[in-house]
Design a protein around this ligand. Structure first.
Ligand SMILES: NC(=O)c1ccc[n+]([C@@H]2O[C@H](COP(=O)([O-])OP(=O)(O)OC[C@H]3O[C@@H](n4cnc5c(N)ncnc54)[C@H](O)[C@@H]3O)[C@@H](O)[C@H]2O)c1
Length: 355
C-alpha cells in the first residue's frame, strides 16, 4: 500500500490518496469511517454498479446510478443528482462519493462543489484514466453544446481511494484509453518539476508486458508514479495559472476531436493520443524538436497500438480549438514537446496551423 498526500500550497488544502490492492468489499467500511456517521450520496457508474454493486454494499436509497458515456456529463444529470441530494436531505456536513471513471468523477465533483456551496467529496476511481489522472487535482466539469468541460470548478476531494483491483474488469479499449494519459505523463515528466526522477518512459518500456497483462503490483506502481507527477504540478499551481497548463499536452487538439464527433465516437484517451501526434508534428514543423525525437515518440505511441484517427478538416478544428477555454485573443495555446520528456506552452496563430 502507498499513501500520497497532496498539499496545495496557496489554499492550505491537504488530502490523502491511498493506492491499495485489496478486496473491493473493504471499501465500504473505509468510506463509512471517513464520513463519520453523516449522511451521504454515492454516484456510481452503471457498469460499475452491475459489476461491484453488491460487494460495495451501499444501500440502494443512497445511490444515484449514472448511465455510461461522455454524453452523460451534462446539465441534465447535474440537476438530477442535485435533486437526489436534496431528497436525501444532505447537509453541509454530508458527503458525495463517486465510484466510477472520469465522467462520473468530474460530474459528481461538480455537484459536490456547488451543493450548499460545497460539501465533502470522496473519489473512488475505477478506470485506469481516473486512477492516474482525473481523480487527482480537483478539476470538476460538465460538457455543453459549446464544448467540453465548459462549466466546472476547482474543488479538491477529501480523500481518494485507488484500488487497482477494479481495473481487472475494464475492457481493452478503456484500459488503453487510460494508457493514453499515462504515455502523456512520460512525455511531460521533466516539466512536472517533481523532486523524484521516475523515468516513466523507461518504466513503460521495461514493464510493457506486465502493464498489458495488468499485473496488480505493476499497475499500482504505474499509478503511484503518475499521481506523484500530477501532485508535483497541482501543488505548485492548483488553478492552472501557469505550470498546470502542461497537463493539457495533447488536449487542445484532443478535445476538438471529441467535440467534432459529438463525444460519442472516441474515448478521451484516444483523442488525447491523437492530440499528442498532432503536437509532435507541429513541434517538428516549428523546429522545436528534431526528427529523431519525433520518430522516437511515434514508436512509443505505436508500441501501445493506439488507434489512428481520421484527419479532420483544419478550418473546422481551428474553429473548435479557438472556442476552447484555454484559447486567448487570436491565438491557440498549444503544449508542445521541446526535448525528451520536456514540454512548453506556445501561442500559435491560425496561419501556422493552416500553412
Ligand atoms: N478532472 C480531470 O482532471 C480530468 C483529467 C482527465 C480526464 N478527465 C475526464 O475524464 C473523462 C474520461 O474518463 P474515463 O476514461 O474514466 O471514462 P468513463 O468515465 O467514461 O469510463 C469509461 C467506461 O468504463 C466503464 N468502467 C468504469 N470502471 C470500470 C471497471 N472497473 N470495469 C469495467 N468497466 C468500467 C464505465 O462505466 C464507462 O463505460 C472525460 O470526461 C475527461 O474529460 C478529467
Amino acid at each position: 500500500m502507498s499513501e500520497i498526500v497532496i498539499n496545495i500550497k496557496n489554499s492550505e488544502i491537504t488530502y490523502p490518496i491511498e493506492i491499495k490492492n485489496e478486496p473491493v468489499s473493504d471499501l465500504y467500511n473505509k468510506i463509512i469511517n471517513v464520513i463519520n456517521g453523516e449522511n451521504y450520496l454515492v454516484v456510481i457508474s452503471e457498469k460499475v454498479e452491475k459489476l461491484y454493486g453488491k460487494e460495495l454494499n451501499f444501500p440502494k436509497s443512497n445511490k444515484f446510478i449514472l448511465k455510461d458515456g461522455e454524453k452523460e456529463k451534462n446539465f441534465n444529470n447535474y440537476q438530477k443528482i442535485i435533486n437526489k441530494a436534496l431528497e436525501l436531505k444532505l447537509t453541509r456536513k454530508s458527503s458525495i462519493i463517486t465510484v466510477g471513471g472520469g465522467v462520473c468523477g468530474d460530474l459528481s465533483g461538480f455537484v459536490a462543489s456547488t451543493y450548499m456551496r460545497g460539501i465533502n467529496f470522496i473519489q473512488v476511481p475505477t478506470t485506469l484514466l481516473a486512477c492516474v489522472d482525473s481523480s487527482v487535482g480537483g478539476k470538476t466539469a460538465i460538457d455543453t453544446n459549446f464544448g467540453k468541460n465548459m462549466v466546472g470548478t476547482f474543488y479538491q476531494p477529501k480523500c481518494v481511494f485507488i484500488n487497482p483491483n477494479f481495473l481487472k474488469t475494464l475492457d481493452e479499449r478503456q484500459f488503453k484509453s487510460g494508457l493514453g494519459e499515462v504515455v502523456k505523463y512520460s512525455f511531460i515528466e521533466k516539466s512536472c518539476r517533481c523532486d523524484v526522477e521516475y523515468n516513466l518512459m523507461n518504466f513503460l518500456s521495461e514493464k510493457f508486458n506486465e502493464i498489458n497483462q495488468r499485473d496488480e503490483k505493476t499497475l499500482a506502481k504505474l499509478i503511484e508514479i503518475c499521481v506523484n507527477l500530477k501532485k508535483s504540478v497541482v501543488e505548485k499551481d492548483e488553478k492552472e495559472a501557469d505550470l498546470r497548463r502542461i497537463l493539457n499536452f495533447g488536449h487542445t487538439y484532443g478535445h476538438a476531436v471529441e467535440k467534432i464527433n459529438n463525444y460519442k465516437k472516441y474515448t478521451h484517451g484516444e483523442a488525447v493520443v491523437e492530440g499528442m501526434r498532432f503536437a509532435f508534428n507541429l513541434a517538428l514543423k516549428l523546429n522545436k524538436i528534431d526528427k529523431n525525437y519525433k520518430f522516437f515518440a511515434e514508436d512509443v505511441i505505436k508500441k501501445f497500438n493506439f488507434p489512428i484517427l481520421p484527419q479532420y478538416k483544419s478550418e473546422k478544428m481551428i474553429d473548435i480549438m479557438k472556442s476552447d477555454k484555454k484559447a486567448e485573443k487570436n491565438c491557440i495555446n498549444f503544449v508542445l514537446p521541446t526535448d525528451y520528456s520536456v514540454v512548453d506552452i506556445f501561442e500559435i496563430t491560425e496561419n501556422i496551423l493552416t500553412d
